[in-house]
Write a protein that binds this ligand. Structure first.
Ligand code: ADP
Length: 268
């Protein structure tokens, strides 16, 4: 395994002085994400998922421990831009992340910050728009796009910066089913092309598409395995009231009622 994101014993709190440990937002989190891995993260509200996401691209720095991205510590100021550029972020509400008056300028914005030469920017804009299915929409004002199109534009703006990983923080939760599916299709394609994906979601269906599923609660990673393994433990997941795939729920109930089923819910 080639580690790309290394979260080493990371603790975090938002106050200046450390509160009592039971109030820390993240408690000694230990986590390695390999290059090219597709990881989903589920967990109740307030469990620290967004905070972890922001630590993974240097938007926040750990209070204790280290986060390394592609070998660079995120608190190493001389490499802050490399770190930010390597891990793109897409947030829940696209209206809060779109700043420009045209689709073209929206995509150019991040590249300008990175100092990408103009000719290269001109080449990349249609390329990333095609990747997210918004070809030919350069002149559109972002506020006229649908919610799903806005989120795809936010993804295109991230892709234009050529990141190696993309972190989606509930990026599909405000979209309709078609909008969600379009974003998932883009994620799958990017993953096939080698991108590292970290997808924070409340949707069991979306999480089931990942290669690996982490469950966060109380500032800790409580479960870490394939979606098949994690969703097998319906009793444990019910403690945090997390959604599980319908088949996992059904398998659990029927097994408890004495039906003789295959061990794994995925074979039911
Ligand atoms: P999640 O994404 O799992 O809902 P968050 O990381 O957003 O969890 O929040 C974890 C905890 O940190 C919550 O108790 C939340 O209230 C607190 N928190 C999040 N952001 C801030 C902030 N900017 N300032 C102070 N507290 C915050």
């Amino acid at each position: 395994m080639r580690p790309f994101i290394e979260v080493g014993d990371v603790s975090f709190w938002y106050e200046t002085d450390p509160p009592p440990k039971d109030q820390w937002v993240l408690k000694e989190v230990q986590l390695t994400v390999a290059r090219g891995e597709y990881v989903a993260i589920m967990g109740p509200n307030g469990s620290g998922k967004s905070t972890l996401a922001r630590l993974m691209n240097g938007l926040l720095l750990p209070k204790e421990g280290k986060v390394r991205i592609g070998g660079y510590n995120t608190d190493d100021e001389t490499h802050l831009w490399q770190v930010r550029q390597r891990v793109g972020m897409v947030f829940q509400n696209p209206d809060n992340q779109l700043v420009a008056t045209t689709v073209r300028d929206e995509i150019a914005f991040g590249m300008e910050n990175l100092g990408v030469p103009r000719e290269e920017m001109v080449r990349r804009i249609p390329e990333v728009l095609a990747q997210v299915g918004l070809e030919g929409m350069e002149e559109w004002p972002p506020h006229l796009l649908s919610g799903g199109q806005k989120q795809r534009l936010a993804i295109a703006a991230v892709l234009a910066m050529r990141p190696e990983a993309i972190v989606l923080d509930e990026a599909t939760s405000m979209l309709d089913p078609a909008g969600r599916q379009a974003v998932l299709d883009i994620l799958h394609r990017m993953h096939r092309e080698g991108m590292t994906i970290i997808h924070i979601t409340h949707s069991a269906k979306e999480a089931a598409h990942a290669e690996r599923l982490l469950i966060m609660a109380d500032g800790e990673v409580k479960m870490d395995g394939t979606p098949e393994e994690v969703f097998q433990d319906v009793d444990r997941l019910s403690v945090w009231r997390l959604e599980v795939p319908l088949m996992a729920e059904l398998h659990h109930r029927l097994t408890r009622s004495g039906f003789d089923l295959p061990v794994s819910w995925t074979e039911t």
